[in-house]
Structures are given as C-alpha cells and as structure tokens.
Design a protein around this ligand. Structure first.
Ligand code: F0G
Length: 482
C-alpha cells in the first residue's frame, strides 16, 4: 500500500519539523526573523483524523480519503508570524542571491513544511508575472482583468511550484524513484525536478492524448516515459498498483506536499496586489489540486492576518470533461459524478478528479462558482489571450471563456477585479495552435459549424515566392483587413 511505502518519508519530515531545524541554518536567517512551521500534521479531509506525518501515507488509514497538511500557525499574530514582518521578509528575499530566496516558492517558506537541514531542489520556480489583459478586458467588459501566468515557470507550467516542495521531500527521505500519472505537465515538471535532484522518474501518460511538447520534455529530462493505452484515470489506476509493489514516491497532486508548494502562487499574487485581494480568481479544473491549493492559501492568509477578505475562487472545466460541474449540478456536491472525459484541452482531460472534495470546500469557503465551456469557446479564448501578446495552452484558456459566461450571468460585475490563472505556456501545445490558425482544428468534427466564429482570429502562415512585391502585396491585404 502507499501507506506502507510512504510512511518512511514522513518520519524524517516530522522529526525535522518537530526539532525546528532551519533549511540550511546559515545566512538566510540573517534576513529571516521568522520561523518555519513548528509542527506539521496531516488531517484527513473525510473523517478529520489528524496524524503526525510520521504515521501516515498519502491516504487516510482510517477511511482512505485524501490528506492535507494542517498548518496550525502556532505563532500567528505573534512577533514570529506577524503579518507585517512576513510581508517585509518575503519582499526582501527577492534581492538575495541564495537559491532558496530566489525561488518564488521557498521565499515563502514560513508557510511551507520545513525541510530541516536539507536544501530544496529548486529551478527558481515561481516569481511569475501578472499581466493586464487589455483585449480580454474589452471583450468581457471587465475593466481590471489580469493574467497570473504560471506558464512562465521553468518547465512551462504551474506544476513546478508544487514539484519543488514534494520532490525535495522525496529526496530528503532517500527515494531513488519518483512517479506520476499525467496529462503531460506534471510529468514534464516531475522529470525535471527528479533530474535536478539526482532521482529517477517514471512517467505514465495516456497514449496519444498528450501534446508532443510535453512528451518531449520528459524524454529530455531522462524519465522512463510510458505511453499507456488508457486515459489519465486509467494511468492513475496503474500507478496505484505499482506503488503497492515498489518503493516509489508518488508526485501526483494527491500528495499534500505538492499542494503546499502550489499555495505560494496565491501568496505571490497577493503580494503583487499589495495585499489588496482581487474580487475573483478563476482557474481551470482538471484533477482539482490547483484550485484546492489556492483556496487553502487564501484561507491561511486570512488566518495569518495578511488579508481580511478572500477572493472568490471559481473553477472552469471543459464541457467534455466536467465531473465537478456535474457533481454540483446533479448531486448537490454529495457524491462525485465521474465522466468519460473528452476534450482537445488534453491537460484537463480528466473524468474522475482526485481532489474534488477539497475543491468543493474552496468554492464554499470563498463563494466561488463552477462553469463549463465548449471546445470552440476554449479555442477562441486561447487565440484572444494570444492576441493580447501573452498566449497560453488550451487548458488555461478555459478561464477567459468561463469569465465571459460568468459576466453574462452577472456573477462577475464589470467593475470587479478578476485574475485568470494561466496554467501553461503557449508553446506546450503548438499542434493545437497551428491547426487553429490553419482552420483545421474542428475539421470533420460536429463543431465545424460553431467554429465559424473563429475566422477573425485565424492567422494562417502564408507561403510566398522570395519576392519583395509578393510580400508587400500580402501586407496591403492585411492592412485592408485590419
Ligand atoms: N492547466 C494545465 C495546463 C494543466 O496541466 C492541468 C493539470 C490543469 C490546468 C488542471 O489542474 O489538475 O490541479 O485541476 N494537469 C495535470 C497533469 C493533471 O498531469 O499535468 P488541476
């Protein structure tokens, strides 16, 4: 069982944490008057059982549900974890040259589980830009519209922020092998962090259903990459079987340490907003780890007195991969409605999301909502984000497509501020982008008619003779169109 295989990890982690060992005990502390988490416990999200990390695996031993890191903030409100001190220390670390300060994750280490004396595996993740979306703003009527671009991380997706934490814990406990099931981004990220940390990695991806860009990353980073003849949910099932027979550390988002790292995006975002929360944060929903992490972060910020009000976190899914939307609309959130997922936004082609309960809690706590968008709406929104000079991969574009719907429904008001979390880089899926611009994306599908609206955003490459006249003529035609 995972429990047996992984329990070893937690013993080491807990003892480090309980002994309050700093990350490297050196000069960072001259800049860091605050302490790290004094004690890390894991709490089951189902039955509420709390166990020290030493005695627990990735699932609750009592009821099998997922676990989360409990951060009791022992010093909240005190000098140690005083909100003003934290803000100052986090900002100041940006001028440091130490790897753990240059990481946009580890510079927030006061809200992360402690690695004790070990150095983190970092590729200087985080510290991603916040962009204004002017075209997006005109299209939606939302005057303050921003993109928090997680595609600007080292491997091109938001996964790096969680991977730096969870992979560091894997190495700390002496694991030689790490593994994940993935739609492509987790695997790219895991393979990179494993390589940086001197570990081997095993990738299980659905055969033919992830982008070549992502697949090529895990190959180059040296992972054993298996294209398994099933979908993402099937890959997860195979992985569950493997961990029962081999000592291997699972780096999917069921790993609570992954979500701890992914929390820091929210801290960084609020710092970029000078700690005045935006009204809405909108994220894509796949396995639902990211939305869970963001919600946890906002709650912790409130508990720490860093903010007084949480943004509403809303989750958008593709219509063909909409288990959370259906779970809420058809079952009132009481039980998961699993679906046979199908979408061209392959990153979120997931029918049975592991963290659905955590995500539901976030919606409830923050007052957010769920929405679904069609394949054509995703393609259009992706091109619009591209036309804003930013770009993203298809799964990230569900945020803008969803926002349009939420504005129409009145859930988002034009005068409210909105942040779209763009989870992956444009170059992650160039096939999708090329097909879109050549007008082939929906050829032969039942979306062909609906796809007529895409014409104005399509910019097919133009093949010409090597002649000045030919290029100038093309320019003239383009000017007439604009
Ligand atoms: N956006 C992108 C680009 C993703 O790669 C994923 C998930 C999501 C959104 C959804 O995030 O799962 O936390 O709700 N990709 C995973 C993977 C599943 O294996 O790369 P989530």
């Amino acid at each position: 069982m995972w429990v047996n295989r992984t329990s070893v990890i937690y013993g080491a982690v807990l003892s480090a944490i309980l002994n309050g060992r700093p990350i490297d005990g050196s000069s960072i502390y001259s800049m860091a008057p605050t302490s790290q988490v004094d004690e890390t416990l894991l709490r089951c999200i189902g039955c509420g059982a709390v166990t020290p990390v030493a005695e627990s695996g990735l699932n609750c031993e009592r009821c099998g549900d997922l676990l989360e890191v409990v951060f009791p903030h022992p010093g909240a409100g005190s000098e140690k974890l005083n909100a003003a001190t934290l803000k100052a220390v986090w900002r100041e670390r940006q001028t440091s040259h130490l790897p753990q300060d240059q990481s946009g994750v580890w510079r927030f280490r006061e809200v992360l589980p402690s690695l004790g004396k070990d150095a983190p595996i970092t590729i200087r993740e985080g510290n991603t830009p916040l962009y204004e979306l002017s075209l997006g703003s005109r299209l939606t009527g939302v005057k303050q519209l921003y993109a928090k671009h997680q595609g600007m991380n080292p491997t091109g997706s938001f996964k790096d922020t969680g991977m730096t934490v969870a992979s560091s814990f894997a190495r700390k406990d002496g694991f030689n092998w790490v593994a994940c099931a993935s739609t492509g981004n987790t695997s790219a990220s895991m393979a990179a962090y494993a390589a940086r940390g001197g570990m081997h990695s095993l990738v299980l991806i659905p055969d033919g259903k992830i982008s070549w860009g992502k697949l090529s990353q895990s190959l180059d980073y040296g992972a054993v990459t298996c294209q398994v003849k099933t979908d993402f949910d099937g890959c997860m099932r195979v992985l569950n079987g493997i961990v029962q027979r081999k000592r291997i550390y699972v780096l999917n988002s069921i790993n609570p340490f992954r979500l701890e790292g992914q929390k820091t995006v929210a801290f960084e975002l609020l710092e970029q907003f000078d700690w005045k929360p935006p009204d809405h944060v909108i994220v894509p929903g796949g396995n639902l780890g990211n939305s869970s992490a963001l919600g946890k972060a906002f709650q912790e910020m409130k508990d720490l007195g860093l903010i007084t009000q949480m943004p509403k976190v809303s989750i958008i899914q593709a219509e063909g991969a909409n288990p959370l939307v259906r779970t809420i609309r058809e079952r009132g959130g009481k039980e998961l409605v699993s679906v046979q997922a199908e979408t061209m936004a392959t990153a979120i082609r997931i029918g049975s999301p592991a963290s659905w309960k955590k995500a539901l809690r976030v919606l409830e706590a923050t007052g957010g909502t769920v929405e679904q968008v069609t394949e054509v709406e995703i393609a259009l929104a992706k091109a619009e984000i591209g036309a804003d000079g930013i770009g993203c991969e298809p799964a990230s574009a569900v945020t803008l497509a969803g926002l349009k719907k939420l504005v129409k429904q009145g859930f988002v008001q034009p005068e409210e501020s909105v942040v779209l979390v763009l989870t992956g880089h444009l170059l992650k899926d160039p096939d999708f982008t090329l097909k879109f611009h050549r007008g082939d994306l929906f050829t032969g599908t039942h979306y062909e008619k609906e796809a007529d609206v895409l014409g104005s955003r399509q910019r097919a490459p133009i093949v010409l003779e090597a002649s000045v006249d030919a290029v100038l003529k093309t320019l003239e035609e383009a000017e007439k169109r604009n």
